[in-house]
Design a protein around this ligand. Structure first.
Ligand code: PEP
Ligand code: CO
Length: 448
């Protein structure tokens, strides 16, 4: 136990919301032991490097792009799916870097985003009331009683899926695929043929020209590592605390605890109670943290969370991810930005324009309107301009696939098309075209 009384298990004395009902304690303990004996997924030094890059965001010198699935699926561990997700995030980063001239810190909702908080613990399927799907780390999404039983061995499977995903990400980002000379190849066929894809091609051509120009000037581009590799970090909602505890390790260099399941962990809107188990657990690990902030938060509660999660006011330690909904963001955000500023907290402010804008279509699909997403983003940028704080980043749900889950955007998806390619296991995601469209709009907001 540390001087502050924190240890990786002190969360167990607090109330943890949104936890599965594990049916058998002995089975749970076996899975926890197995996980605790496995190697860490990330290293403390990597988490520190991300934190120092996020410090630049807190100081208004960089922009955070956090993006990926709502819920990763055990059924989709393919190289193509991971590569295509990475492609669209790299493309968005290029659009933002080139369009707004600021460095972009890239963080995926990936390699561990397997657990979901739910608004209701059960759901109705026909005549049956069954347990809700809580993410593949906990149970299966099939609509049967048996599939929804929480199985702790799934935490171990989640670890192995995360390992394979992260291994491929490391290969892609460090092994040539993310080389800036490949900027054209990230444009997938179905994107390239669209208006946004053509706009992207234009930027890619300008980057090519700039590289040729630098080479002609005698600059040794081969020696410039930043042109050939990308820093790409992992993150997920730290929801299932047994999993997070089992992967928490003491760093031999600093003597500090790091949750080595991902570089960055965040606390969800439903689990951010200041005296709850999630805040207790994450307050003691030294990774950079995120915390979702919804419409019910006021300035005092917000500053209380900052005091609890970042008492030493370390820039880059805490990212607050606002998700207010398009209609309420303009009113709710300015006092919150002002409260953190007045309390002297160095917050990275990121806008999640997705989770406050979800609704069910007439066809029964959970969806979001591209226009609502833009409206919330605009309100976020306006509010920062008003208060004089830095709009630090965006947090979005997307996929590299050509899905039809969100309405509108360049492809102009309408309600009766939602069923065509609706493959998410949880919330609706932007497809690659919508995501790149969004990046262009955000770049414009940043420039202005
Ligand atoms: C999510 O990010 O998928 C999520 C559940 O968000 P929130 O906690 O903001 O509702
Ligand atoms: Co979601």
């Amino acid at each position: 136990m540390s001087a502050t009384g924190w240890s990786p298990q002190t969360w167990r004395t607090r109330t943890a919301s949104q936890q599965p009902q594990w049916p058998d304690p002995a089975e749970l303990e076996r899975s926890e032991k197995e996980l605790a004996g496995l190697p860490p997924l990330v290293f403390a030094g990597e988490a520190r490097r991300l934190q120092s890059q996020l410090a630049a965001v807190a100081e208004g010198r960089a922009f955070l792009l956090q993006a990926g699935d709502c819920a990763e699926s055990f059924d989709e561990l393919s190289a193509d799916a991971i590569r295509d997700k990475l492609k669209v995030i790299l493309q968005m980063a290029v659009v933002l870097t080139y369009g707004a001239g600021v460095p972009v810190v890239k963080v995926g909702r990936i390699a561990g985003q397997f657990a979901k908080p739910r608004s209701s613990p059960t759901e109705r399927v026909g005549d049956l009331q069954i347990g809700s799907f809580r993410g593949h780390m906990v149970n299966d999404d099939a609509p049967t009683v048996a599939a929804r039983r929480a199985d702790p061995q799934r935490m171990v499977t989640a670890y192995h899926h995360a390992t394979a995903t992260l291994n491929l990400i490391r290969a892609f980002t460090k092994g040539g695929f993310a080389d800036l000379s490949q900027v054209h190849s990230w444009n997938q066929q179905f994107v390239a043929s669209s208006e946004e894809g053509r706009r992207y091609e234009q930027i890619a051509a300008e980057i090519d020209a700039a590289l040729r120009f630098m080479a002609a000037c005698g600059i040794d581009l081969h020696a410039e590592q930043t042109l050939h590799q990308v820093d790409f970090y992992t993150s997920h909602e730290a929801l299932i605390l047994e999993y997070e505890q089992a992967l928490t390790r003491n760093d031999s260099l600093s003597g500090d605890f790091y949750d080595c399941s991902a570089h960055m962990l965040w606390i969800g809107e439903r689990t951010r109670q200041a005296d709850g188990a999630h805040v207790e657990f994450l307050s003691g690990v030294h990774n950079p943290l995120g915390c979702k902030i919804g419409p019910s938060v006021d300035g005092d509660e917000l500053v209380g969370l900052c005091d609890r999660l970042n008492p030493e006011r370390i820039p880059g330690r805490l990212t607050l991810i606002t998700r207010m909904g398009a209609d309420r963001a303009a009113d709710l955000l300015p006092p919150l930005f002002a409260a953190a500023r007045d309390a002297g907290h160095p917050v990275v402010w990121a806008c999640d324009p997705m989770h406050g804008n979800t609704f069910a279509s007439d066809s029964g699909h959970k969806t979001r309107r591209f226009d609502d997403i833009l409206k919330e983003l605009r309100a976020f940028f306006d509010a920062h301009r008003q208060i004089g704080t830095w709009p630090g980043g965006i947090h979005v749900e997307l996929t590299g696939d050509d899905v039809t889950e969100c309405l509108g955007g360049f492809g102009d998806i309408v309600e009766d098309q939602l069923h065509l390619r609706y493959t998410t296991t949880c919330d609706p995601r932007l497809n690659a075209r919508q995501a790149i469209d969004l990046a262009f709009r955000v770049a414009e907001l940043l420039r202005s």
